[in-house]
Each structure stands twice: as structure tokens, then as C-alpha cells.
Ligand binder design. Structure first.
Ligand SMILES: [Zn+2]
Length: 720
């Protein structure tokens, strides 16, 4: 006879609050940025949007039921960058998008990103949907028609987007300036400013030709958009909790709005895209940023058709009972938080997003991820090089997720995290529990009265982790889930059942029963992050996802290793791959769209880092920069790069440690006048407390040089 699950009552009590929430029966539509189908996915894309979305979706499905949560995505297959790649490779846009749609769809599936549908914007249904959407906006008078002269490539028979024109910068004479900006000196340009302009399509000299486009006058919407972003209100009513939005998302939007929202062209002269559905608009297509977000809608429509209920897509987009959340990278913030909401509201039938938890960027081994230099870890290559180890990458990318600032993927760190946390803690704990249960009891669970303290700990860890997920704090959520594994590991290490078994086997039964419960709940805790591992644990324990306690007589299965150590050779192999970018550099263009997505990476670009995001004046004024004179200098022991400097700042002298020893000797620097960031938090470098930072200029070869006043100046003078 089977007894009722021992912790049934508690579990029930625990579920009550969840069920109350569920009875509100809201629908949750979650979208992930449509990746651009002109190249494969790399870890920056995954960490930026898809992995956090997947974690959130798995949690939401468990909390609200799969039927109330829908996750849509698909390939963005239009845009000038794809037609350009086709021209360069002598193929058709369709061949390119067909290829990368398949590669990316498969890589997502293999990596365990769980979309309800992965659609594509070249589908007829999408064309129909976006044309309808455009017409509705057009009929409502949302656009203005503006005629202007634009660069035209007669040889390629195409108008050229600004980025498709290159030439000599009138400001700094760099020969690789783009039609919208010189990346060498940073000056904003228009294509007509360039000296000796060339089309990047054909290499010929473009000419000016008159054309017209539909523009979205965004400035007309600035007032309500500002209320929407800053206060979470829409037409005076509460729409969402603005405090729950990430600060950098709100900040970027407000600085855009405050800088003035201009007119933005919503059509393009191109032969690849969704045709503008109006008489006399031959050769014009919808701008990819009008077309792509509507891809979320058409994907939902296709999903509904696949369900045999073509009309139910409206329940997700147009019902008051539905919430919309967009997962994106930071390069897409203004499109999802300003432009798309303007389009949705102007249309009138659609919901606006309640949150857009955009991530910052992930860097790789000390540098920006670069598709043109092949400085990237490609998802499909990782899956080949590390078969059956997708949870390892999910774990590391979540641990270092760039949620509030840019972060960095380092192969050595990947190895350390996998070996020290997944292998040594999570894997070790689960393995011990399963092995000992098989050894002592032939796999039969030693059924006991529940230890409530243990079970409370499990529930608390799960609840805490879920709370963090609900707030889009995935790093913290993972830490809480892993704390349960740490707790289990410590539980066994403290009680040492393997020693006790000879002297007190009854006590060991209690210990093992508790450890088995921890293991079962651990599967629930880690499931959103490590779905395959959760599945493997449950398979070993022979339990299902709705585990509420072991029944008397339950037998578990054999132990199976969850993780294997990452060896030094594996890491070295990956590092070699990065060191030889030219060996496999297959891709000239790639990635999710961004403002600069139409950038043509046609040759060796300058290695100069892109300019950082704008800051406001107050941010700048927080820095206290002064002129000072170096009065003493000595080498820091056991540090090749560091000099310890004494700097006279007028009213005081300070000790500052500076990483300049490879560029300057101690004699070189004494007496030099420099600029110092004085209010940087003091920090200890190789045992010496450094009270500030000397400002240095660095060239593309890594050479450093002091930034100094042009002639002798008073120490302590402020730099502004
Ligand atoms: Zn320039």
C-alpha cells in the first residue's frame, strides 16, 4: 500500500498563493528579437536576448501554465544588408536567408531555446500582415510624404542607404568614412559631405537622384511616449510599473526623447522586402524596422493557424488580458521602446509592451565581439565542439549575463565555472545521493517522516529564485538556485552518511531521505536555467516535473554523470581558434539589426572601439579631474606594468598606482604634469593603495601617452 506523499500538506499550502495568481488567467506574450538571417548566431546574441527570454518563459509556463504563455521569434530576412551580401556573393537574398534561417533555427532548438514558433519575415503571411498594418497607419494619416535627393548607384540600379556610401572624410581625411559618420574622427556626416564618394555595392561613383519616402513624424508623439517610458502611463491611465524597467533602458529612451524625436523614413528604395502596398510606389519596400517588429505579429498568426484556430492570435495582441514583454539587446532599445510603441498605438488595436528587459553587450576575451574579424564564439560551433554540454554554456552565460552593464566571456572563466560549480557542487551532490541510495538500498527510497526544515529550505530557495526571475534578475535567480545545490553538498559533507552507515544505519536513512528530497527540488530550482540537467536528474530519480514528495516504495534509477570537467586542452583549442581569425572568417555581415546594421564590413576596419553611449552632463560633472605634477616614482614589486607615483595636486599629494611601467621609466615621469581623476574610489593594487587615476591616451597599438596641459599650469587646477 502506498502512503500519501509526506509533504503534501505543506506543498498544497505553498501552492495556494500561486493558484490565486493563476486564477487571474492572464496571457503572457513574450517575444525575442528576430535575428538577422545573414549569418549564424554567436554567444553575444544568446546572452543578450534569447537565453534570458527562455529562462523567463520556462518560469512563466510553470507559474501560469503553458497555455497562458506564448514565446514567439523568427528570422528577420529583409533589409539592405541582406541584399548587399547577395550582390557581393553573386547569389540571391533568398538563398542567403534560406541558409541562415535553417542554421539558426536548428542552433536555437539544439541549445534548448524553447519558442512556440520560429517564423520568418519572408513568409507570405508576414507580407500580408505588414502591408495591412502599414495601410491602416497610412489611412490614419500617420506618415508624411517627403521628397529629397539621395545617392543612387546607377550600376547596381539602387538608391544607397547612407552606410552604403564610403569616401574621404572632409574633417580628418580618413579614406574609410561612411555616409552617415566618420568612424575615425566621429564626425556625423551626410553622404554628400564625402570627398570622392563610392558606392559599396559596385564601387562606382554614385549620383544624386530625386526620390520620395513616407516618414513617421515621431516628434508628434514625444509627449505621450515620454509619459509611457518615464511614468508607465498611457493616455493618463496606469499601463505598467515603470520602476520595474531597467534603469539603462529608461535612461536611453529618455535621452533620445529629450534630444528631440525627428522624422524617420519608414520606406526604402530596394527590391528586397515587403512592397509598399500603394499605387505609384513601385520599387519601394517597408523599412526593415517597420517590417521586422510586425514579424512578432505574423509569427503569432502562423502559430494560431497551426493550432487550427486562426483567430486566437488576437487574444495575445489585442486583448486587455494579455501582457507583452520584448527581450532584446541594447542596440534595439529605441526601436522597441519608442518606434514600435508609436506604430502600435497609432494603429489602435494593439497592446504596448509592459516591459523591455534589454541586456547590455557581452564582450569576449578583452575585446568586443566582432563578426568581421571572427572574434566570436559561434553557437553552432560550440554545440559541435562541446556535444551534450549546452547546459554548461547556459550556466556560464547566465552567471555573467550583461544585465546592467557590459560583461565579458573568458574561456578560462568558463572552465573554472563549469569545473568548480557544475561539476564540483551540483554534479557532485546529485551523484553522491544517487550512488549512495543505490549502494545502501538498491535504489529503494528509504521512506521517512519528512524533515520540514529541509523541505522549507528547498521551497524557500525555489521561491526566492523565482522572485528574481520575475524581476528579470537572472544572475541573482541562478545564484539562489545554485545555493540549494551548495546547501545539499554541505548537508552531506557535514553529516557524512558514508561514515555513519556502519554505526547508525537508521540515522543514515533519515539523512538520505532528506538528501533525495533536496535533489528532487533542486531539479525544479535549476530547471529554467539548466533544463536538460533538470530532466536528467528527474530521470535518475524517476520523478516528473510536478514532484510533490516521494511515495513509499519509490525506486530510483542508476547514477549518470551530469557534467564532465572542462580540460585545459579544450580551452586552449578554443583560444587558438580566436587567435587565428582569418582561418575560418566566413562571414562578412552578421547579427541582429541595429542602427548600424547596414554597415558594410567590406574590408579591414579600424580597430578603434566604437564610441560609448551618451551620458548626460551631470554624469560628466561627477568626475573630479585635476592637473597634478608627478614628484616621485618607483616600480611596484612583483608587477611588471605598475609604477607607484606621488602626485602633487596643489592642496595635497597622493599616491597613485599607474599601469605605465612598460611605456615610461621612473626617471621619465618625475616632473611631468598630468591630469588625474581624483574622486575614483581608492583601490589596492599589488598591496599599494591607489588614490586616483592618471589619464592616458592609448593608440590602436596599445601605446600609452600622458594627457597634459599644453604648458606648465597650476597644480590642482580643475579640468572640465
Ligand atoms: Zn573623419
Amino acid at each position: 500500500m502506498q502512503r500519501a506523499p509526506c509533504n503534501y500538506y505543506f506543498r498544497n499550502r505553498f501552492l495556494t498563493s500561486i493558484l490565486d495568481f493563476k486564477s487571474m488567467a492572464k496571457r503572457h506574450l513574450i517575444t525575442s528579437a528576430l535575428p538577422y538571417a545573414n549569418g549564424p548566431l554567436h554567444i553575444g546574441h544568446i546572452a543578450g536576448a534569447y537565453l534570458p527570454a527562455d529562462i523567463y518563459v520556462r518560469y512563466m509556463r510553470r507559474k501560469h501554465g503553458h497555455e497562458n504563455v506564448l514565446h514567439v521569434c523568427g528570422s528577420d530576412e529583409h533589409g539592405a544588408a541582406i541584399s548587399m551580401k547577395a550582390i557581393k556573393e553573386g547569389t540571391t537574398p533568398k538563398e542567403i536567408v534560406d541558409k541562415y534561417h535553417e542554421i539558426n533555427k536548428n542552433a536555437f532548438a539544439e541549445f534548448g531555446i524553447d519558442f512556440d514558433i520560429y517564423h520568418r519575415t519572408s513568409a507570405d503571411l508576414h507580407k500580408e500582415t505588414s502591408q495591412e498594418f502599414f495601410l491602416k497607419l497610412y489611412e490614419k494619416g500617420a506618415f508624411k510624404k517627403v521628397t529629397s535627393e539621395q545617392m543612387y548607384d546607377a550600376e547596381a540600379r539602387q538608391f544607397l542607404a547612407d552606410r552604403f556610401v564610403m569616401g574621404t572624410c572632409p574633417n580628418c581625411s580618413s579614406e574609410r568614412a561612411y555616409g552617415d559618420q566618420c568612424e575615425n574622427c566621429g564626425k556625423a556626416l551626410s553622404p554628400t559631405d564625402l570627398i570622392n564618394p563610392k558606392s559599396t555595392l559596385s564601387g562606382s561613383t554614385p549620383s544624386l537622384k530625386e526620390t520620395w519616402h513616407f516618414y513617421l513624424p515621431m516628434g508628434d508623439h514625444a509627449d505621450w511616449v515620454k509619459d509611457f517610458i518615464a511614468d508607465g502611463t498611457l493616455d493618463g491611465a496606469a499601463h505598467h510599473d515603470a520602476a520595474k524597467w531597467r534603469k539603462q533602458v529608461v535612461g536611453q529612451c529618455l535621452s533620445w526623447i529629450d534630444g528631440g524625436l525627428g522624422d524617420r523614413a519608414m520606406t526604402r528604395d530596394l527590391d528586397w522586402g515587403v512592397p509598399v502596398p500603394l499605387e505609384g510606389a513601385d520599387g519601394k519596400v517597408l523599412y526593415v524596422w517597420l517590417d521586422a517588429p510586425i514579424g512578432y505579429v505574423s509569427a503569432t498568426k502562423q502559430w494560431a493557424i497551426d493550432q487550427g484556430k486562426p483567430e486566437v492570435w488576437k487574444n495575445w495582441w489585442q486583448s486587455e488580458d494579455a501582457d507583452l514583454v520584448h527581450f532584446i539587446g541594447k542596440d534595439n532599445i529605441v526601436f522597441h521602446c519608442i518606434i514600435f510603441p508609436i506604430l502600435l498605438k497609432t494603429h489602435g488595436d494593439y497592446n504596448l509592451p509592459i516591459n523591455v528587459p534589454a541586456n547590455e553587450f557581452l564582450n569576449l576575451e578583452g575585446d568586443k565581439i566582432s563578426t568581421s574579424r571572427n572574434h566570436a564564439v559561434w553557437l553552432h560551433e560550440y554545440l559541435e565542439d562541446f556535444p551534450n554540454r549546452k547546459d554548461e554554456l547556459r550556466f556560464v552565460l547566465t552567471s555573467i549575463a550583461p544585465e546592467t552593464k557590459d560583461s565579458e566571456f573568458i574561456w578560462k572563466d568558463y572552465q573554472a565555472r563549469v569545473n568548480n560549480e557544475l561539476v564540483a557542487i551540483l554534479g557532485n551532490f546529485v551523484n553522491r545521493v544517487v550512488v549512495l541510495t543505490n549502494k545502501y538500498y538498491n535504489g529503494l527510497v528509504p521512506f521517512q517522516a519528512s524533515d520540514w526544515e529541509v523541505i522549507d529550505t528547498c521551497h524557500a530557495a525555489i521561491a526566492k529564485s523565482q522572485e528574481f526571475i520575475a524581476q528579470f534578475k537572472f544572475r541573482d535567480a541562478l545564484t539562489e538556485a545554485m545555493n540549494l545545490a551548495r546547501h545539499g553538498n554541505k548537508f552531506l559533507a557535514d553529516l557524512e552518511p558514508w561514515k555513519l552507515q556502519k554505526t547508525d544505519p537508521e540515522a543514515v536513512k533519515k539523512i538520505m531521505f532528506s538528501a533525495l528530497n533536496i535533489t528532487a527540488y533542486l531539479a525544479e530550482a535549476i530547471e529554467p536555467f539548466l533544463p536538460e540537467t533538470a530532466h536528467n536528474i528527474r530521470e535518475m530519480l524517476r520523478i516528473d516535473a510536478m514532484f510533490k514528495g516521494f511515495l513509499d516504495g519509490h525506486e530510483i534509477g542508476e547514477a549518470k554523470l551530469l557534467f564532465t570537467k572542462v580540460e585545459d586542452e579544450e580551452v586552449e583549442k578554443q583560444m587558438e581558434k580566436l587567435a587565428k581569425p582569418e582561418a575560418s572568417a566566413p562571414l562578412s555581415l552578421q547579427g541582429t539589426k541595429s542602427e548600424a546594421s547596414s554597415r558594410v564590413e567590406s574590408g579591414p576596419l579600424s580597430l578603434q572601439r566604437p564610441f560609448k553611449d551618451n551620458i548626460n552632463f551631470d554624469d560628466f560633472m561627477k568626475m573630479d579631474i585635476r592637473v597634478g605634477t608627478i614628484t616621485e616614482a618607483e616600480k611596484v614589486k612583483k608587477a611588471d606594468k605598475l609604477l607607484q607615483l606621488t602626485v602633487d595636486l596643489g592642496s595635497e599629494t597622493r599616491t597613485i598606482v599607474s599601469g605605465i611601467a612598460e611605456h615610461y621609466s621612473t626617471e621619465d615621469v618625475i616632473g611631468k604634469q598630468v591630469t588625474v581623476l581624483c574622486n575614483l574610489e581608492p583601490r589596492k593594487l599589488k598591496g599599494v593603495m591607489s588614490q586616483g587615476m592618471i589619464l592616458m591616451a592609448e593608440d590602436s597599438n596599445g601605446k600609452l601617452m600622458f594627457v597634459s596641459p599644453e604648458q606648465g599650469f597650476e597644480n590642482g587646477a580643475e579640468v572640465r
